[in-house]
Design a protein around this ligand. Structure first.
Ligand SMILES: [Zn+2]
Length: 238
């Protein structure tokens, strides 16, 4: 009997998965937790751990977490008025240039947010839509990836409408380009479409976190969300 090419490809993928099992395919690796709302300090919270710091509705960084190497997004060739860590600058500049050359120019809508800024942003969201909905679309203070200084909310250049005011900014020129290419520059869409039960947040096609090109490619190749990757492959699940 001849097996189909599709089945063969599936078998090969299964073998590949088995031979590169997650570094915790042992009993110590805990399953990815549900989307519950706790205030547990995240495991990797040194500034040098920015690539693998897990932030979600459970895990947080403390109020005092404020990277000391923040610089203006203008230093990366984009609009100023926002801050990112210096580790992000070069790749962000390269990505901005590539997007512009592709006819999909990007601008920054938000980047680093301190604990205090997130505190007022979240409170404003609660006033606007109520707590139950606010926690799905805005992180509580300490839980936001924006406090890392490596996360950016983008918008389309030349149009000051925030991306979240679109029906689906991910289908715009800039949004489409980012979705296809951001990984090449080390950026990951933290909250992709249809993954809310895993990421705990609604689809946010504008929200990208820098994890470096190696990790971004791994995440893409494995078809995982950032939260799953950090949990299963980057030591957070032990
Ligand atoms: Zn964001």
């Amino acid at each position: 009997m001849q097996i189909s090419r599709r089945l063969a490809a599936g078998l090969l993928a299964a073998i590949a998965l088995a031979t590169t099992a997650a570094p915790g395919a042992s009993a110590e690796l805990r399953p990815l937790p549900d989307c519950r709302y706790d205030d547990d300090l995240t495991k990797y919270r040194a500034y040098a751990d920015w690539r693998r710091t897990l932030l979600d509705p459970i895990y947080m960084v403390p109020r005092s977490y404020a990277p000391t190497d923040l610089l203006s997004t203008a230093d990366a060739g984009l609009n100023g008025g926002y801050l990112v860590r210096s580790v992000v600058r070069d790749r962000l500049r390269a990505m901005g240039t590539a997007a512009r050359n592709a006819g999909a120019p990007l601008a920054v809508q938000s980047a680093y947010r301190s604990y205090a800024t997130q505190e007022s942003a979240f409170a404003a969201e609660v006033r606007r839509v109520g707590y139950a909905r606010a926690v799905k679309q805005s992180a509580r203070p300490g839980h936001s990836e924006h406090q890392l200084g490596t996360t950016i909310d983008f918008r389309s250049y030349g149009n000051t409408t925030p991306a979240w005011n679109y029906t689906d900014w991910g289908t715009t020129k800039a949004g489409t380009w980012l979705k296809a290419n951001a990984w090449r520059y080390g950026f990951v869409m933290s909250y992709p479409k249809g993954k809310t039960t895993v990421t705990c947040y609604i689809y946010e096609p504008w929200h990208y976190r820098y994890v470096g090109p190696w990790r971004a490619k791994e995440i893409r190749d494995r078809g995982l969300t950032l939260r799953e990757y950090l949990w299963y492959w980057d030591g957070n699940g032990y």
